[in-house]
Write a protein that binds this ligand. Structure first.
Ligand code: CTP
Length: 398
C-alpha cells in the first residue's frame, strides 16, 4: 500500500525511541522507502545500525556530511519525502521548530520540506502540560503541522499520566491519513462490527470471540478519508472512533433492525460483525437454576442473515461481507459471496492466532464478484482497512 512512497522518520532522544524501530518495520512491510534521521540524543538510546539494517538505507545523523554528488543531504531528503514523521518527538525539537531554529539535520530537514510533517510527542506529563510546550505545539498546529496525541499510562520517569508514545500500530495508521487525500468524501459507509449476544436468561448469553477491532479499524480509516460513517456495533471494549456515528446493539435481531433502518442512506455497506447465527428459542425471565438439572439442552432458532437480506434487497450500495472460516477458506468464502449476492468478501482464517478475531493484525484474502482474488500479507488491521478501502473506492468509481 505504500509502494512508491518515501517516508522520512525522525527519531529524537527518548526512552520511546525503541518503538520507532517497530514503526519503521510497519512502514517497510507496507512497501515504503524509509530514510531515518536520528538526533545526537536518539543515538544514545538506539544505534543507527539498527535503523540502517531494517530500513536498508544509510541513517542520517550529521548536517554537514551529506553532500551526495551535487545534492545537499538535508535538502534532498526534504524534497524526496512524501511524509516526514517524528517519533518520538521531544519538547526540545518541537520548541526548536516552533521558533525557527534549525541547528541539526532533523530540524533543518523539517524546515526545508513541503511534505506533511507529523510529530508524535513523548515526554513527562508535566513537560507536556507546561504552557511553553503547549504554546509551541499550538503554534505549529496553526501552520498545519500535525500532532499525534500521546497516550496515558506508566511513564519511564516513574510518573503516571499522559505522555507515552502510542503503540507503533496506532502511529502507523494515524500517520497514513496524511498520505491519503480525503478520497472517500462522496461516500456514506454503514459498517457493522463486533459480536452479538443472544440472551439465555438475565445472567447468561451465547456469543463469539469477535473483538470488533477489524470493523472499528475500517470505520476509523473511512472517516479519516472523509467518508460519512455509521458504525453499528455489538458489545466491545473499544472506544468509539472519532468522527463516526456509533450506534450500539446487543443481539442479532437488534443489529438486523438497525442495519435495515440505515442501509438506504449508504453507498457502501461493510458487514464485519460476527453475528450469532442462532439464539435461544426461549429467553428465561428469571435466572435458570441448576438444582435438579444434571444436563441442560438449549433449543436454538436461527437469527436473520442480515447480509443475505441486504443482498436480496437490490440496494444500490456496494456490499462487502466477511467470511470467518477455519476450513477451506476460499471455497467457503466464495460460496458466501455467491449465496449472499455481495460484491466483495474478505476471507479470514480465524484459526490463526495472528489473524482474525482478537489479534491486532490480520491476514486476509479479498474475493471479488468477477472471480478475481487478492491475498494480503499479515498487516496491522489499520493497514488492512486502508487497502480494503482502496479496493472499495476502485469498485465505487468503476
Ligand atoms: N452475517 C450476517 N448475519 C448473520 C450471519 C452472518 O449478516 N446472521 C454476515 C457476517 O457479518 C459476515 C458474513 O455474513 O459478513 C459471513 O458471516 P460468517 O459468520 O462467516 O458466515 P455465516 O453466513 O454465518 O455462515 P457459517 O456460520 O455457516 O460459516
Amino acid at each position: 500500500m505504500l509502494k512508491g512512497k518515501t517516508i522520512v522518520l525522525g527519531v529524537c532522544g527518548g526512552i520511546a525511541a525503541y518503538k520507532a524501530v517497530e514503526l519503521l518495520r510497519l512502514y517497510k512491510k507496507a512497501g515504503a522507502d524509509l530514510h531515518v534521521i536520528m538526533t545526537a540524543a536518539a543515538q544514545k538510546f538506539v544505534t543507527p545500525l539498527t535503523f540502517q539494517t531494517l530500513s536498508g538505507n544509510p541513517v542520517h545523523t550529521e548536517l554537514f556530511d551529506l553532500f551526495q554528488g551535487h545534492e545537499i543531504g538535508h535538502i534532498s531528503l526534504a524534497d524526496r519525502a512524501d511524509l516526514l514523521v517524528v517519533a518520538p518527538a521531544t519538547a526540545n525539537l518541537i520548541g526548536k521548530v516552533a521558533n525557527g531554529i534549525a541547528d541539526d539535520l532533523l530540524s533543518t530537514t523539517i524546515m526545508a520540506t513541503r511534505a506533511p510533517v507529523i510529530f508524535a510527542p513523548a515526554m513527562n506529563t508535566n513537560m507536556l502540560e507546561n504552557p511553553v510546550y503547549c504554546s509551541n505545539q499550538a503554534r505549529l498546529e496553526t501552520f498545519g503541522y500535525r500532532f499525534i496525541e500521546p497516550s496515558t499510562g506508566d511513564l519511564a520517569c516513574g510518573w503516571q499520566g499522559k505522555g507515552k508514545l502510542p503503540d507503533p500500530a496506532q502511529l502507523f495508521s494515524n500517520s497514513l491519513t496524511s498520505l491519503y487525500p480525503a478520497d472517500l468524501s462522496n461516500e456514506t459507509f454503514l459498517i457493522t462490527a463486533g459480536p452479538t449476544r443472544e440472551e439465555i436468561d438475565p445472567v447468561r448469553y451465547l456469543s463469539n470471540y469477535s473483538s470488533g477491532k477489524m470493523g472499528y479499524a475500517i470505520a476509523r480509516a473511512a472517516a479519516e478519508r472523509g467518508a460519512k460513517v455509521v458504525l453499528i456495533s455489538g458489545p466491545t471494549a473499544l472506544d468509539p472512533p472519532r468522527g463516526v456515528e456509533t450506534l450500539y446493539v446487543v443481539s442479532a435481531q437488534q443489529m438486523n433492525g438497525a442495519v435495515l433502518e440505515r442501509a438506504h442512506e449508504a453507498t457502501v455497506v461493510i458487514k464485519a460483525a460476527a453475528v450469532a447465527d442462532y439464539r435461544p428459542l426461549i429467553r428465561a425471565d428469571g435466572k435458570v437454576k441448576k438444582e435438579g438439572q444434571e444436563t441442560w439442552s438449549l433449543e436454538l432458532e436461527k437469527n436473520p442473515d442480515i447480509l443475505a437480506t441486504l443482498g436480496q434487497m437490490g440496494l444500490k450500495a456496494l456490499l462487502v461481507g466477511f467470511a470467518a472460516e477455519t476450513d477451506d477458506l476460499i471455497g467457503n468464502a466464495r460460496k458466501k459471496l455467491e449465496k449472499k449476492n455481495v460484491d466483495l468478501i474478505v476471507a479470514n482464517d480465524v484459526s490463526r492466532v495472528d489473524a482474525g478475531f482478537e489479534a491486532d493484525t490480520n491476514a486476509v484474502r479479498l474475493l471479488f464478484r468477477d472471480g478475481s482474488e487478492e491475498e494480503l500479507p499479515l498487516l496491522p488491521k489499520s493497514a488492512v482497512a486502508n487497502i480494503l478501502l482502496d479496493r472499495i473506492k476502485t469498485l465505487c468509481d468503476a
